[in-house]
Design a protein around this ligand. Structure first.
Ligand code: KG4
Ligand code: ZN
Length: 343
């Protein structure tokens, strides 16, 4: 079954063709980083217009590279939420039109389910059940993934997402957007413990987290430092990364302990962070567990994870893509991953 995946929920236009038989995929991505850089964050209207410009050419490019004619597509999977309403509408509109023209089913995919399932495309891949630490620009959640489509929320951030804290910290340190990779790079030159930032909710018994206080503490440190020389910026970045990594690692271990599971999947943009991966790798290995993450090019937003999530959903429907036909695609800017069929 060949599934065309379309992602346009935020600032990346992603398209992929997933070949269910060989588990291979061809994907293409257009990043809007340059477009939003000057504003220090995503401007929704600019994002939508840019998706309009790039989506159809990207689809053509992927089909050409895969040597696949449009009529050879068996189904279309598209991110229907959560995300920016206007941006989602672009992808969903194109998917619905293609589905109508080709008479193929269109599957609505939850963006975070795409991230959560993406490690299944890697080798080695996890098997259900597992714990997923989902850390993206908008979400920070710990989920118990029982089976495809069956996810229970164990804990989440009560305020800012970890990725958002990375992006804001980058802004305060005068770094570019998106902030995660830049803060992470600068942190390598920082002296560990040169200053102290809080580890919010580290000691709390729940699996909930909080990153807004940490962000404020960075602002205070930046103001206190006054003239930010290169070393001070690196020290702040280092302490910030250490704080985030310590909290995420502790909470992930706590989730494994509570559920008596041994497999941890880390997905979402922040999951690409080298310091986080190293800390999780070490912590999980020391308790006999195993850490899984997506293939390197599928950590941040992309069409392949959406195509794969659509493929998984269609497979659950009994290998019959036609079974998915009929349900109109509805954009869901807010959508609960633990209650996929509701609303
Ligand atoms: O999953 P993603 O690509 O998009 C959303 O669904 O939000 O995540 C984007 C977030 C941004 O906040 C970005 O700064 C962060 O992931 N990020 C990183 C790294 N790469 C991307 N954060 C820390 N370290 C990285 N290497
Ligand atoms: Zn994402």
């Amino acid at each position: 079954m060949r599934v065309l995946g379309i992602e346009s929920s935020c600032d990346e236009t992603g398209v992929a063709l997933f070949d269910g038989t060989t588990r291979g995929w061809v994907h293409a991505l257009h990043s809007q980083i340059d477009l939003h850089q000057a504003y220090g964050g995503v401007v929704p209207e600019l994002a939508s217009r840019d998706h309009v410009r790039h989506l159809l050419p990207l689809i053509g490019q992927v089909l050409d590279r895969a040597g696949c004619g449009r009529e050879q597509i068996d189904a279309i999977a598209v991110t229907a939420g959560p995300g920016l309403a206007g941006a989602l509408l672009v992808g969903c509109g194109v998917a619905a039109a293609l589905g109508y023209a080709l008479r193929r089913p269109v599957v609505a995919v939850h963006h975070l389910e795409g991230h959560l399932l993406s490690p299944l495309l890697a080798d080695p891949a996890p098997t259900f059940p597992f714990i997923c630490l989902l850390v993206s620009g908008g979400h920070t959640q710990l989920l118990h993934a029982r089976a495809p489509g069956q996810y229970a929320l164990l804990g989440e951030t009560l305020d800012d997402a970890a990725g958002e804290a990375f992006d804001k910290t980058a802004q305060m340190l005068g770094l570019g957007y998106p902030g995660g990779p830049e803060v992470s790079r600068l942190a390598q030159f920082g002296i560990p413990g040169a200053l102290r930032l809080p580890r919010p909710m580290l000691e709390s018994a729940t699996l909930d987290m909080s990153f807004s206080g940490l962000k404020t503490a960075v602002l205070t440190a930046v103001r206190r430092a006054g003239n930010l020389c290169e070393q001070v910026r690196a020290d702040i970045a280092r302490e910030f990364v250490d704080a985030v990594v310590e909290v995420l690692t502790a909470k992930a271990l706590q989730a494994l302990g509570q559920t008596a599971l041994s497999q941890l999947v880390v997905a979402g943009g922040v999951g690409a962070n080298a310091q986080l991966r190293a800390a999780l790798d070490q912590a999980i290995a020391s308790r006999g567990g195993r850490l899984y993450y997506p293939p390197p090019d599928l950590c941040t937003d992309n069409g392949a994870m959406i195509a794969y999530a659509g493929f998984v959903r269609l497979s659950q429907m009994g290998q019959d893509p036609q079974a998915a036909r009929g349900a109109p695609i509805r954009v869901r800017p807010r959508w609960d991953l633990c209650n996929l069929t509701a609303g």
